[in-house]
Design a protein. Sequence first.
Length: 276
Amino acid sequence: MITRFAPSPTGPLHLGHAFSALTVWKVAAQNSGTALLRIEDTDSTRVRPEHETGIYQDLAWLGLTWPTPVLRQSDHYTDYRTTLDRLAAMDLLYPCSCTRREILDAGATAGADGFVYPGTCADRPLREARATDGFRLNIRKALARVTAQLTYVETGNNDVQDVVIDNENLIDSIGDPILQRKDTGDPAYHLACVHDDARQQITHVVRGTDLQALTPLHVLLQHLLGYATPIYHHHGLVLDENGKRLAKIDKSKALAKYRAEGLSPADIKQIVGFKD
């Protein structure tokens, strides 16, 4: 059994990250498995080296250990491009130059992965792609290519469920996702995450329920690329006093702040409601 904790160094780790990391290592221990640390540093405009250093410090302070070397996604852009080329060879991609404002102005509706893309560039052929274009997956073409019913196993909430993926809901809630960002050429989360879970032979994906709605897309990509589908375990989230999910912009909840104030890992576990 192999699982992973995969933070992005775009800000300091907060209480929600602590709960998630502790849960990852707990699930690994319960299954006599291994928990890997992976640095998902593909957002080149936002990642900072001090935040990556902080990840190592915070996790070590919590008493967590991991095998080395740690996979850093920024070291593997060639691999993601090769994976993208495989999808292009299946005629499943199209170039997209739309800005966020243009997408909103076109009447995009809110979905599971931001706004559902309205398909403005869907008819553009790959041969017309410009250097600054991003690339999107044509979700309808992708689903048409998969003949088997898409499913995955979910073990969150102390239960084991066989989840059957609703193709129409996947179309309506996610639409055509971006797989390579425009301008920067950075691989998108979906592409890099699915590729690296296969590369690292991840058998169990342990992550928050805020990412559960994206799982059908990841399962689809796994089928298209011939990857095994891991077991998924989506855990609950740590909320603030207003019932809102903690975010990196709320630096008052940063683990480094609690550590500097003299709190212990045991204190953090109590604050987030984690039980060993």
